[in-house]
Design a protein around this ligand. Structure first.
Ligand code: BG6
Length: 518
C-alpha cells in the first residue's frame, strides 16, 4: 500500500474495506488485551461499561484471556471488585447471564487501590498489567478507560506516562479512552487535547461520544448513502428546516456533582447533538474510512454557525417542580446537591445555520432537556409546503408539512409524514405516517452503544470516535452562546413534564414554524 493512504491506514491499524476481501459479516473478535477502568466506582462504569464488557464476552467477541482492571481509591480486594462487577452485570447486562462466561471473564479481574496522583499506585498498576501479560496472556495491549471528572484527565495521563504505561512495547498497543465533556469551552478543550497528545499519539486517543455507537445513528449513513430516494430532496430546495430533539423525562437527582455548572448545552449539545447534525448535513464521504468520514464531518462543522441574534435564536430553561408519569417531582433547585441559586440550565435550544450550497437558508434547531414530556431522541427533516395546493382551502386544514423523522430512540425507526386523502366523498387531505420500525423489520437485537464502542477501541477502529478537530469546532460553535447566557441572569423556569420554557417555542414561532410534538 503506497503513499498517504498507506500511512493513514497503518497508523490507525485500519484496513481499507474496498481492498479487504474478508467477509464483513464474520464476527470481529478482539485480540489479546486488557482494559483498565479509572473511575470504576462511578455510575457509568456500573450501568454501562461493566455490563457492556460482559455482553461482549457473552457474544464471544472478547479473547478468552481478556483482563479487566479496576483502579480507584476504595480498599478493595480483587474479589470485592469482582462482586461489584457481578452486581452490575446482573442488573444491567443486555444478554442473559451464563455462569461459564462469567467464570472465565472473572478470572481476569484485578483491582488496584490508589488515588490519581499516587506514583506508587501507578507502579502497582504497571506490575499488575505485567503479571496479567505473562500469566493470563493479555499480550501487552492495554486500553485505559478514563471514566473520571475532566479535571483529573491531565494527572492520570501524566502518571500513565511517568509509569511507562502510555508507551507500549514494540508491536503492542496502549490506547486511552476518554469520556466527555472534553473541556468546558474551546480554550480548555485545546489545553486538554495538548495534554492528551503529549502523552498519547492522536491515533491512540478514543474520545467517546456514545451516540455514535447507537445503531439508529449509524443508520443515518445507510439511509442517506445506500439509497437513491432521499438524496435529491436532502437539501435547501426541498427542506424547510431540521429539528434535532433529545428529550429526557428523568431529572438530575444524584447527578449534581457532574451536572451543576455544566448544563444541557455542554452536556449533550456540544457533543451528541452536533454529531447528529454533522451526520445529517455532511456530504457523502469518499469511503467510510475513519479519515474520509472525519473529513466530511469536519467540513460541515466548519461551515456551521449560530443564527443571530442569540437572544432570539437560543433558549435555556431550568425545570421547576411538577407532575411526571403521575408522580410529583421536585424542581432542580430542590434536588440534592444543587446550589440553591444554581443557574445551571436543564434545557437548551439553539438555532444553527450551515453555510454550504446544500443547506444555505435552512435553520437547524437543536434542543435538549431533562424532565420533559417524555424520553425521545429524533432528527426531523421538515419539508417545504407544495408550491401550490389545488384543493379547496378548507380541505387542507389538517395538512402539515411533510417530514422525514429518524427516530433515534426509543421505538427506533423512521417515519415519513405526508398528506393523504381522507376516505369519503370529499377531497379532504390529512397527515398520515408511514413507519419503519427496527423492532418489526429485524429479528436481531441492537447491541448497546458501549458494546460497539468498547469493541472498536480494542480492535483499533476509530471511525465512530470524534477527533480533536471535531471537538474543538463544536466548542467554537457553542462558546458564544455560553458566554451570552453567562451574562444574562437565570435560566427561565419550566414546569417538569412540559416541553421546555416559552422562549423555546418563541424561537420557532418568530419564523412561523413550530416544534414537533414527538
Ligand atoms: C449522556 C449525558 O451523555 O447521555 C446524560 O451526560 C444523558 O445527561 C445521557 O442522560 C443520555 O443517554 P441515552 O443513551 O440514554 O440517550
Amino acid at each position: 500500500m503506497a503513499g498517504a493512504e498507506g500511512a493513514r491506514n497503518s497508523a490507525a491499524g485500519w484496513r481499507n474495506p474496498l481492498r479487504d476481501k474478508r467477509d464483513k459479516r464474520l464476527p470481529r473478535i478482539a485480540g489479546p488485551c486488557g482494559v483498565v477502568i479509572f473511575g470504576v466506582t462511578g455510575d457509568l462504569a456500573r450501568r454501562k461499561l461493566m455490563p457492556a464488557i460482559y455482553d461482549l464476552a457473552n457474544r464471544g467477541l472478547l479473547p478468552p484471556t481478556f483482563a479487566l482492571v479496576g483502579f480507584a481509591r476504595r480498599d478493595w480486594a480483587d474479589e470485592d471488585f469482582a462482586d461489584v462487577v457481578y452486581q452490575a452485570v446482573k442488573q444491567h447486562a443486555r444478554t442473559p447471564f451464563r455462569q461459564v462466561v462469567w467464570d472465565r471473564l472473572a478470572a481476569g479481574f484485578r483491582f488496584v487501590t490508589g488515588s490519581f496522583d499516587d506514583d506508587a499506585a501507578f507502579a502497582r498498576l504497571a506490575e499488575t498489567l505485567e503479571q496479567l501479560d505473562s500469566e493470563r496472556g493479555t499480550g501487552g495491549n492495554h486500553a485505559f478507560y478514563l471514566s473520571i471528572p475532566p479535571a483529573a484527565f491531565p494527572v492520570v495521563c501524566e502518571k500513565l506516562h511517568a509509569s511507562g504505561l502510555a508507551r507500549p512495547r514494540e508491536g503492542r498497543w496502549s490506547r486511552v479512552v476518554i469520556e466527555k465533556p472534553f473541556g468546558h469551552d474551546l480554550s480548555s478543550a485545546v489545553e486538554l487535547n495538548n495534554v492528551l497528545n503529549s502523552v498519547f499519539p492522536e491515533e491512540s486517543v478514543f474520545r467517546i461520544d456514545h451516540y455514535l455507537g447507537k445503531e439508529t445513528v449509524q443508520n443515518i449513513l445507510a439511509l442517506r448513502f445506500a439509497n437513491q430516494l432521499f438524496d435529491p430532496i436532502w437539501n435547501a430546495h426541498y427542506v424547510d428546516h431540521v429539528q434535532i430533539t433529545m428529550a429526557e423525562d428523568i431529572g438530575l437527582g444524584g447527578r449534581a456533582g457532574y451536572y451543576d455548572g455544566i448544563g444541557a448545552a455542554r452536556d449533550v449539545i456540544q457533543n451528541h447533538l452536533l454529531q447528529l447534525l454533522a451526520l445529517t448535513a455532511m456530504e457523502e464521504p469518499v469511503s467510510f474510512s475513519p479519515a474520509e468520514l472525519q473529513t466530511e464531518k469536519i467540513k460541515v462543522l466548519s461551515a456551521t454557525r449560530l443564527a443571530q441574534p442569540l437572544d432570539e435564536t437560543t433558549s435555556r430553561g431550568q425545570y421547576a417542580g411538577g407532575w411526571q408519569g403521575g408522580e410529583r417531582v421536585v424542581g432542580l433547585l430542590e434536588e440534592d446537591g444543587f446550589a440553591e441559586d444554581s443557574r445551571t440550565e436543564t434545557f437548551a435550544a439553539i438555532t444553527l445555520e450551515v453555510d454550504t450550497r446544500r443547506w444555505a437558508g435552512v435553520p437547524f434547531y437543536l434542543r435538549s432537556g431533562k424532565r420533559l414530556g417524555r424520553r425521545v431522541t429524533e432528527i426531523a427533516l421538515v419539508f417545504k409546503r407544495a408550491p401550490h395546493l389545488p384543493f379547496d382551502a378548507t380541505m387542507t386544514d389538517e395538512l402539515g408539512k411533510n417530514a422525514l423523522v429518524i427516530r433515534v430512540q426509543p421505538d427506533e425507526g423512521i417515519t415519513l409524514r405526508f398528506g393523504s386523502k381522507v376516505p369519503g366523498h370529499l377531497m379532504e387531505v390529512r397527515d398520515v405516517n408511514m413507519d419503519f420500525s427496527y423492532g418489526s423489520a429485524f429479528s436481531e437485537d441492537s447491541p448497546e452503544a458501549y458494546e460497539r464502542l468498547i469493541l472498536d477501541v480494542l480492535l483499533g477502529e476509530p471511525s465512530l470516535f470524534p477527533v480533536n478537530a471535531e471537538v474543538e469546532l463544536s466548542w467554537e460553535i457553542l462558546d458564544p452562546v455560553l458566554e451570552n447566557w453567562a451574562e444574562h441572569g437565570r435560566p427561565e423556569p419550566y414546569q417538569a413534564g412540559t416541553w421546555g420554557p416559552p422562549s423555546s417555542f418563541e424561537m420557532l414561532t418568530r419564523s412561523g414554524r413550530e416544534w414537533r410534538r414527538p
